[in-house]
Design a protein around this ligand. Structure first.
Ligand code: ADP
Ligand code: MG
Length: 247
C-alpha cells in the first residue's frame, strides 16, 4: 500500500463564535489535492468565516485546522508563513489601488518569497499574458473592468504557487456580463490541478466544476456530496429549499 497523503486542508470539529453568536458549530471538512470544493448556503451560514479561519484571518475557539497535516491552529504557528502557502481572493477590493497591475501581481513574490524583482516580474508578465492581460501590466487597477480586476487578483493569488486557493464569492460584486470570464479562469486553474475551496452562489458553475459541494446551514455542514448527486437529489429539506431559489 502507498502511504496516503494528508488532505491539503482539513477542518476537525471547528467552532467559532462572536460573543454569544456561534457562527461555526463543529465543522468537519477536508479538501484533497486537486479537488475543487464549493461551499454553498444561505447568507450568514458561515461560509466567509470558514474560509477566513483557513488562512488564520479569523479565530478558532475549538477544533483544529490542518494544512497538509500541520495543525495551523497551534498558537506557535507563524500566520504569515501559513498565508504564504494559501492564496485568497475575496468578493471585491482585492487589488492595491496605488500599485500597477504588475506590482500587485509580484508584490508577494518579491516581499514574502524574496524572489529577485526581474524574475518575479518576468513571471508576473507571463501570468498576465496567460489571461490575456499582458497589455495591462503597467496600468492601475481602476483602469480595468471589475472582471479584469478579479482575474488579476486570482493571478496574484497563484503567483507564488500556493498549495490551496480560497475564493470567497469572487463574482458576486461583478456585473453579470463579467462573471463568465472570471469563472472560466477558475475552471482553467482546476484543469491545471489547483486545489480550491470556494464559496459561490453560481450554482450552474458549482454543478459543472465542483468535485464536491458542501451545504452550510447555521454554521454546520448540513450535507455534502459529489456535485451531480448534490444538485440532482439533495437529501435535506433545507437544501432543497435553498436550491429552489436558484431555479
Ligand atoms: P456567509 O459568508 O455565509 O454569508 P459569514 O461567515 O459572513 O456568512 O457570517 C456568518 C455570521 O457571522 C453572520 O451572522 C455574521 O453577521 C457573523 N459575523 C461574521 N463576522 C463577524 C464579526 N467579525 N463579528 C461579529 N459577527 C460576525
Ligand atoms: Mg460570505
Amino acid at each position: 500500500m502507498t502511504a496516503q497523503r494528508p488532505p491539503v486542508l482539513e477542518l476537525r470539529d471547528v467552532w467559532c463564535a462572536f460573543g454569544d453568536h456561534e457562527v461555526l458549530r463543529g465543522i468537519d471538512l477536508a479538501v484533497h489535492r486537486h479537488e475543487v470544493v464549493v461551499l454553498v448556503g444561505p447568507s450568514g451560514s458561515g461560509k466567509s468565516t470558514l474560509l477566513r479561519t483557513a488562512n488564520l484571518l479569523e479565530h478558532v475557539d475549538d477544533g483544529q485546522i490542518l494544512l497538509t497535516g500541520e495543525d495551523i491552529t497551534d498558537p506557535r504557528v507563524d500566520a504569515d508563513a501559513v498565508r504564504a502557502r494559501v492564496g485568497t481572493v475575496f468578493q471585491a477590493y482585492n487589488l492595491f489601488p496605488h500599485l500597477s497591475v504588475l506590482d500587485n501581481v509580484t508584490l508577494a513574490s518579491r516581499v514574502v518569497h524574496k524572489r529577485p524583482r526581474a524574475e518575479a516580474e518576468a513571471h508576473g508578465r507571463e501570468l498576465l499574458a496567460g489571461i490575456g492581460l499582458g497589455a495591462k501590466a503597467d496600468a492601475y487597477p481602476d483602469m480595468l473592468s471589475g472582471g479584469q480586476q478579479q482575474r488579476v487578483a486570482i493571478v496574484r493569488a497563484i503567483a507564488a504557487d500556493p498549495e490551496l486557493l480560497l475564493l470567497d464569492e469572487i463574482t458576486s460584486a461583478l456585473d453579470p456580463e463579467l462573471v463568465g470570464e472570471v469563472l472560466d479562469l477558475v475552471r482553467s486553474l482546476k484543469d491545471r490541478g489547483a486545489t480550491i475551496l470556494m464559496a459561490t452562489h453560481e450554482m450552474a458553475f458549482a454543478r459543472d466544476v465542483a468535485d464536491r459541494v458542501v451545504f452550510l446551514d447555521q454554521g454546520r455542514v448540513l450535507e455534502q456530496g459529489p456535485a451531480r448527486e448534490f444538485f440532482a437529489d439533495p437529501r435535506e429539506t433545507r437544501t432543497r429549499e435553498f436550491l429552489a431559489r436558484f431555479r
